[in-house]
Design a protein around this ligand. Structure first.
Ligand code: DOR
Length: 445
């Protein structure tokens, strides 16, 4: 079995930063310690001056396969993920066909086994009429159930209250939810149309997909989870007000209601619409600076549990439509970590906290087996960082199939130099190893 020693790295893991060596044998971490002696046939990588972190586990991405491959594919986006230090992803069911039957779920896994460059897991989509399928899911292979409680790309709205209560009552899976109240959005859209006709300006997006729409929907979902005892994970928090719905006085493992925040809601605020236009149109919408500040605070104070991307590519042509016809979403996996490292330099968050929220917590929350930490016996998924190097995001360096990024022209401080996946160098300074080492994620339940 092949071996690799990474020596002299500053390891950021489990709340500490320590200089240690890591020995990897095959696809797992064999030993972590000081001055490890190894035989001559072991490859040695001297990581002096660099930081090593566990590979990120992104709990919300849209890779568009099957059916939307004009936007992206599992292959293209998983390569971009590796370049961004994301070694594992949980992908969403709003593809075409939707991942709402066991058959479609298996087909997606088979496709990923052939083409993914990063470790993969696929959420199963709940609908108004597929409870029988939900109850037949294998919880060791399915990370979670995804419910759209507000409509977004893919028409997957679950809006029958009896169905919802039944799902919440009967599944043991984590229920991950998109929360925006549909009636409120429709009402606000009507108002905007009466004012602007078809030429609604983009800065109306957070007024249409409003604070109230988010709060109403997430508070209702949480109420139902409390009533039924369901395990609820609220995706992409975007408002200050919703933070009051979550708690930070118990450890993550004891929480029954958890929350995710995404990099774009931390990086942008509504003053950016003027310059970025529909390129920063997301559901939920980017909101005010006050919300942005509150989300950073919520993350640092553990009201928010997981950092993710909601990577959701659309073509430039699609995004260039007028407000109402431009789809929501944008590509993020390649630069999300650099944005967070830049935020670290800006003293918004510590390195240890980034690793807790983007690596450890998704593993804990979804019971991902043997990943998310640098631990002896765990899979060797890790990232080599140069924290001091700056770079500008340029179109020609993008690995996304859609060929654009909301970060183009931004200078970040903090570079992913190399990514190790299951013990194999999978990405090295701009190049993805053509031989994939990706594996299906499994869940220890
Ligand atoms: O902005 C978004 N885009 N939010 C979502 O919930 C879905 C996503 C997409 O799939 O395009």
């Amino acid at each position: 079995m092949k071996g690799l020693k990474i020596s002299n790295a500053k390891i950021v893991n489990e709340g500490t930063i320590e200089q240690k060596d890591i020995l990897i044998i095959g696809n797992r971490i064999s030993k972590i310690g000081n001055h490890l002696e190894v035989s001559e046939d072991i490859e040695v990588f001297d990581a002096s001056g660099k930081y090593i972190i566990p590979g990120l586990i992104d709990d919300q991405v849209h890779f568009r396969e099957p059916g939307l491959t004009h936007k992206a594919t599992i292959e293209s986006e998983s390569k971009a993920a590796l370049a961004g230090g994301i070694t594992s992803f949980l992908e969403m069911p709003n593809t075409n066909p939707q991942t709402t039957t066991l058959e479609e779920w298996e087909a997606k896994n088979e496709r990923a086994a052939q083409t993914s460059y990063a470790n993969y897991g696929f959420m199963f989509g709940g609908t108004n009429d597929n409870l029988d399928q939900i109850l037949a899911l294998d919880s060791k292979r399915v990370p979670a159930l995804k419910l759209f409680l507000g409509s977004s790309t893919g028409n997957m709205l679950v809006d029958d209250p009896d169905v919802l209560r039944n799902i919440f009552r009967n599944t043991n899976l984590v229920i991950a939810v998109h929360c925006e109240d549909e009636a409120t959005i429709k009402e606000n859209l009507k108002l905007a149309q009466s004012q602007y006709g078809e030429a609604i300006p983009i800065d109306q997006h957070p007024i249409i997909r409003s604070h109230e729409a988010c709060y109403l929907s997430s508070s209702k979902a949480i109420e139902l989870a409390k009533e039924t005892g369901a395990r609820l994970h609220v995706f992409h928090l975007s408002t200050a007000k919703e933070l009051s719905l979550f708690q930070n006085d118990i450890p993550l493992k004891e929480k029954k209601i958890t929350a995710e925040v995404c990099v774009h809601h931390l990086w942008f605020n509504d003053t950016d619409y003027k310059k970025k236009g529909t390129h920063i149109k997301w559901n939920p919408a980017i909101k005010t600076q006050n919300d942005q500040e509150a989300l950073w605070e919520g993350l640092n104070s553990d009201l928010l549990d997981v950092l993710a991307t909601d990577h959701a590519p659309h073509t430039l042509e699609e995004k260039s439509n007028p407000y109402n016809a431009a789809p929501s979403g944008g590509p993020l996996v390649q630069h999300a970590l650099s944005a967070l490292l830049t935020a670290y330099h800006q003293k918004r968050i510590s390195l240890e906290k980034i690793i807790e929220k983007a690596c450890h917590n998704p593993a804990l929350l979804f019971d991902v087996k043997d990943r998310g930490y640098l631990r002896e016996g765990y899979f060797a998924d890790m990232v080599v960082l140069d924290l001091d190097r700056e770079y500008e995001v340029k179109k020609e360096d993008l690995l996304y199939q859609c060929g654009w990024s909301p970060f183009e022209g931004t200078t970040f401080k903090g570079v992913v130099e190399k990514t190790l996946l299951n013990g194999q160098w999978a990405y090295d300074q701009g190049k993805v190893n053509p031989k994939s080492a990706a594996m299906a994620l499994t869940f220890d339940r």
